[in-house]
Design a protein around this ligand. Sequence first.
Ligand SMILES: *Cc1c(COP(=O)(O)O)cnc(C)c1O
Length: 413
Amino acid sequence: MDKQGFTTSIVHGDRVAGTEHGGVRQPIHTSVQYGFERVEDLIGVFQGTKKGGFNYARQGTPTTAALERKITQLEEGAGSICFSTGMGAITATFLTLLRAGDHLVSSKYVFGNTNSLFGTLKTLGVDVTVVDACDVEQVKSAIRPNTRMVFVETIANPGTQIPDLQGIGEVCRERGLAYVVDNTITSPALFKPKAVGASLVINSLTKTIAGHGAALGGAVTDTGLFDWSAYPNIADDYRKSPAKDQGLLQIRKKGLRDMGASLSSEQAHSIAMGTETLALRVKQSSANALALAQFLEGHDAIGRVFYPGLKSHPQYEIAQALFKGASWLLSFELLNAERMIEVVNALKLPIKATGLADTRTLIIPVAPTIFFEAGPETRRAMGISDGMLRLSAGIEDIDDLIADFEQALKLAV
Ligand SMILES: *Cc1c(COP(=O)(O)O)cnc(C)c1O
């Protein structure tokens, strides 16, 4: 059969891969233990010679394996491993592929908890340099002989900065560095980091991929582009496997089996349901975000609007060239920050909540919440003003959202 489209292949994925009783979805396998008639098979699962076998749910179940196949399919990768959260996936990737004495270069515009994790890496002897990755020259000049990895996010939250994804990919290829791209905000529905040479792709499944705000999960996908045989930190045990498998094998054994941030079958099932509507949802939520961004940009009560789908955005051209849409994430500044509380309370549809990529629109003032701990100086350095609001557009009807903002913003003009 010809290569199928994104949604076609996902909604038929379980059935085609094979399920019991003709079920069209992979069931929720709750077993922790997996028993065998012949002890040779149990031994084979332990030694990796019996393919597709399971022995203990911390290392995966048929339900999590089915989700891993789907994520691999969505990212057009070579393989994926699922975790209980996005942070679980990121932590496992860093801790299994970096060692004391290594150096990591990262975009300075990353998810707050990832930034906090860099602090932990430093205490373990891994040096981290953060740069403005919108400028590939800054990435280049931060690279040292002991640099192993470059980390970026496709669209940063809340400022919506987009790194020079293509340029950094070329630098990593030339220097043999692992290029790790967090694709959470865009998701494979809008962008596949493999296209810019990513080695590994991270997705917080909690966000765009599940989309319903009712399950936590994370994944790391190997794009198949990186030469693991040349990567110094692969343990001898895993060198025996084909080079293409070594990276994920080490992440699965050390990062999933030993560290234990395993995804449950129940959550994997719930996330898998989300994958079926991923493209449909992202199309609607991105269209809503664009319409809201355009409306807000023309409004007297609003200062800057940060949205990569607007011509005023510094990386508008990159978003146009690489992404199928500019995503559901947008931030904007209320000129009169003193009216913030009143305005946000006057909104009837957006839910005043943290979190991202729900079917419902969510809104949060940035300075007093997610960037409160950072303090006023860091906020100033990051361009986060007191009147900044972050919005995660849902899939509601756009007229309802615009009408709601119209009435609430009257309080701020
Ligand atoms: C939320 C988020 C994460 C962490 O995901 P969790 O599933 O909440 O652990 C990582 N990266 C980005 C860009 C995120 O938005």
